[in-house]
Design a protein around this ligand. Structure first.
Ligand SMILES: NC(=O)c1ccc[n+]([C@@H]2O[C@H](COP(=O)([O-])OP(=O)(O)OC[C@H]3O[C@@H](n4cnc5c(N)ncnc54)[C@H](OP(=O)(O)O)[C@@H]3O)[C@@H](O)[C@H]2O)c1
Length: 308
């Protein structure tokens, strides 16, 4: 099949595209970064997102059977990127796919999306899911909680803090739960869904459920960190992270992300989809995990280097 994967030079898109290529599919990608290093060693033709020229966007999706859509933004950073723009762009993309005759969309969302949520990540994802369902294209929606893998940012930067700082402040007591899934397990689930026809929505979580504190302590043990892990009032911990962000010239996390974590938005009562345990992966990867800071803003400004 001819399959379009958004962001194939990025994080999850890279794993999905690799699996598709290995299965013999023809893969094209839609991206903001067509000049980013192609990690495949095989041709993956890149087209710009062209959200402002929907006809051209639809043209780049001509003869595409399946669209795999992971386009989204992590936070508001006006004027460059905002949730409002991401919602509008996602709708343009899905409408273009419909016009181009795309048969099925495999769409990556988030656990616990909710139209009424005060967190724009979760309300925006719910809006885009609803739009996809209204297009009439066949769809599979996968809702991951948190991804881990070599190119991940969030788990890596927890490890980075534990390696290089004497104190790690938890947001509150750290008792809220989360269920990370390995990025290649998500990719396998995506590829499995391209040949189905039914409409479905599935939570995509890994086999381990952690309390945030336990997750931080597990990573600390794996990498041999001596950092003091202490509960802090959430706003104090968040403000400290914000200041740290000034030193690394990045948005390490946002207040909304902390709220989402503490509201257990990354926790669901569903069976695991992935099989890889974060604790096993962190053991295998312990010498490299968190050695270098992974910057979200750097990825958004350097559009040539590959994700590290
Ligand atoms: N990473 C996680 O832990 C996690 C957890 C739960 C759900 N998800 C969901 O999984 C999907 C994939 O996540 P990912 O981490 O694999 O994403 P990613 O590879 O970093 O990015 C996916 C796509 O979105 C584009 N994009 C990302 N941030 C952008 C920004 N600020 N402005 C403009 N375009 C932007 C990327 O552009 P380029 O092509 O130019 O790189 C790429 O095409 C997303 O829908 C996300 O909501 C991720």
């Amino acid at each position: 099949m001819r399959i379009a994967v958004t962001g194939a030079y990025g994080f999850s898109g890279q794993y999905i595209a690799r699996r598709l290529l290995d299965s013999g599919h023809e893969v094209i990608t839609l991206t903001n970064s067509p000049d980013r290093k192609n990690p495949f060693g095989k041709p993956v033709q890149a087209f710009r997102y062209n959200f402002f020229r929907p006809a051209e966007l639809a043209e780049s999706l001509r003869d595409v059977d399946i669209l795999i859509n992971n386009y989204w933004v992590r936070f508001d950073n006006p004027p460059q990127f905002t949730f409002a723009k991401a919602i509008a762009n996602s709708k343009v993309l899905l409408d273009a796919a419909k016009r181009a005759g795309v048969r099925r969309v495999v769409h990556i969302s988030i656990t616990n999306p909710e139209r009424k949520s005060d967190l724009p990540y979760f309300s925006g994802k719910a809006e885009v899911e609803a739009h996809l369902q209204s297009t009439g294209m066949s769809y599979s929606i996968l809702r991951p909680a948190l991804l881990f893998g070599k190119e991940d940012i969030l788990i890596n930067n927890i490890a980075w803090s534990l390696r290089y700082l004497p104190v790690f402040g938890l947001y509150g007591d750290g008792q809220y739960r989360l269920q990370p899934i390995y990025v290649d397990d998500l990719a396998a689930a995506v590829v499995q869904r391209i040949s189905q026809d039914s409409n479905e929505t599935t939570d995509a979580i890994g086999p381990e459920t952690f309390r945030y504190r336990d997750l931080v302590e597990m990573i600390a043990r794996k990498i041999g960190s001596w950092a003091l892990i202490v509960p802090m009032p959430p706003m104090v911990a968040y403000q400290s992270v914000r200041v740290l962000g000034c030193f690394v010239d990045d948005v390490i996390t946002t207040e909304e992300e902390v709220k989402g974590l503490m509201q257990e938005r990354l926790y669901v009562e569903s069976p695991p989809l992935g099989r890889t345990k974060l604790s096993d992966w962190a053991e295998d990867f312990r010498h490299r995990l968190g050695r270098h800071y992974a910057s979200e803003m750097w990825r958004r400004t350097d559009r040539v280097s590959s994700y590290r």
